[in-house]
Ligand binder design. Structure first.
Ligand SMILES: [Zn+2]
Length: 188
């Protein structure tokens, strides 16, 4: 490509990139083979935290990972969510239960209404130990499911396991952790 054309293409990409900064958050994510293959291999699984840390481009102001595909930008954690859990409902944001913005492990992500995300950010984590308080592990989910079966309310469960009501509701309706069954006691 001629240098001038290349420079022009870069300028256009730059402007398009700026224009997409705002709508990026709500852009519908086309789950194509190309997107899947771009996503795969761009994260590293952390052995202890189980976070899938994005090793592709990281936005230096927000700290979120980014994928650019066919001239459009997508946040990597939203892509991870969409590929593994399905489309993000309108007006919902994808919250990191692990508080690690680079993470795109769907088990660490939860779609919640935008306003709730703001409130969560405001609530001080002081009485909880550590930042990873809300990531549940399979054994805890199994306990939580048993507690729900045995009559513990969603509110009680949310408070006992330090998760949002929405998280308990998602477990109840099977939109997450449906692979964890309480009828069987074998390990994953
Ligand atoms: Zn994580």
């Amino acid at each position: 490509m001629a240098p001038l054309r290349e420079a022009r293409r870069r300028a256009v990409d730059f402007v398009l990139g700026l224009a997409q900064c705002v709508p990026m958050q709500n852009a519908e994510i086309p789950v194509t083979l190309k997107l899947r293959s771009r996503f795969r291999g761009k994260y590293r699984k952390h052995k202890e935290t189980m976070c899938w840390e994005w090793i592709g481009y990281i936005h230096n102001k927000t700290g979120y990972g980014k994928i650019t595909l066919d001239g459009r930008s997508y946040l990597s954690h939203r892509v991870g969510y969409t590929i593994h859990k399905g489309p993000i409902p309108d007006g919902f944001v994808v919250d990191h239960l692990c508080r690690n913005r680079k993470c795109c492990n769907p088990e660490h992500l939860e779609a919640i209404p935008g306003r709730e995300n703001v409130l969560r950010g405001l609530s001080a984590p002081s009485e909880q130990s550590g930042d990873r308080r809300r990531v549940l592990h399979a054994a805890q989910v199994r306990e939580l499911k048993k507690a729900r079966r045995d009559g513990m309310t969603q509110e009680e469960c949310a408070s006992k396991w330090g998760v949002s009501l929405a998280a308990v509701a998602h477990i109840d309706d099977g939109s997450c952790w449906s692979h964890v069954k309480i009828d069987y006691d074998e390990d994953e």
